[in-house]
Design a protein around this ligand. Structure first.
Ligand code: FES
Length: 264
């Protein structure tokens, strides 16, 4: 069962209380581990041993189990992260559209390598895998908010603006907050910015526009079920037909072989 609201080293009583409140949101408290780890990052700037111990104690699981989760997902950081986590997508599509160039330019400009933080503690740079925003390639993310259709020079401008404290707005999202603030949101404590910015960009809406222009509509649930049934029975029939055809061919081949053996 849950431990009392004591205060593990390095975490305030308020944070421990919030960790408990996250665990209490779920019928199975251990389901709260992921947002709890985000809360630890929001206050400690990374996953600390104290944070791991606190989560383990509250959820009545072992520190090894918490550590296993924290080291599995790349959103959990074992090293301190700067004010802005800048992720450059270098997966295939973004890479060929300029993601590799952006990453190289930012490494030079910021004088850091992958997963390293600038000396002023402002920017941590990392290359990231596909963020399901390929229609806006190449994509850069700041604290998990999208910056679409980037170039090497717009990426340099972006990190310069962040380091100078200018207000930066995501292409399809809100004003950019700090990484720790974003981590608190991921822990389930809203910052009121959820409705800022457009929810979807033009590239994502092209399919919808095409469908409307052609008066295409999605089938109802009943129609979809009927279609699936027809498809399934058609597949079963064609499989049965193919099997019967194969049997016939095999029988014909065997007959021919037998006739050949007799004439020998
Ligand atoms: S390859 Fe970059 S978002 Fe998909």
């Amino acid at each position: 069962m849950s431990a009392a609201l004591n205060e593990p080293a390095g975490l305030s009583a308020e944070t421990v209380a919030e960790l408990h409140s996250i665990a209490a949101r779920y019928p199975e408290p251990r389901s709260g581990l992921l947002p709890m780890l985000h809360l630890v990052q929001s206050v400690s700037g990374r996953i600390t041993p104290e944070g791991i111990e606190a989560c383990a104690e509250i959820l009545d699981i072992s520190a090894a189990e918490v550590s296993g989760v924290a080291t599995f997902y790349t959103m959990y950081k074992r090293k301190p992260v700067g004010d802005y986590l800048v992720g450059v997508c270098t997966n295939t599509l973004c890479a060929v559209m300029g993601g590799d160039l952006i990453f190289e330019r930012l490494k030079d400009h910021l004088d850091v390598g992958n997963d390293e933080t600038t000396e002023d503690g402002k920017v941590t740079l990392e290359h990231i895998e596909c963020n399901a925003a390929c229609d806006y390639a190449p994509v850069v993310m700041v604290n998990w908010e999208f910056m679409d259709n980037m170039t090497p020079s717009s990426s340099v401008q972006l990190v310069d603006d962040l380091r100078e404290g200018k207000e930066v707005t995501s292409t399809r999202g809100p004003r950019i907050c700090t990484w720790r603030e974003a981590e608190r949101v991921l822990a389930g404590f809203p910052d009121g910015r959820v409705d800022e910015g457009p929810g979807a960009g033009h590239a994502s809406l092209v399919g919808l526009e095409l469908a409307r222009g052609n008066s295409w509509t999605a089938p109802t649930a009943d129609e979809a079920r009927r279609d699936a049934k027809t498809r399934d029975s058609g597949t079963a029939e064609s499989k049965a037909g193919a099997a019967a055809q194969a049997d016939t061919s095999r029988a014909e081949t065997e007959t021919k072989q037998e006739e050949g053996n007799k004439s020998d």
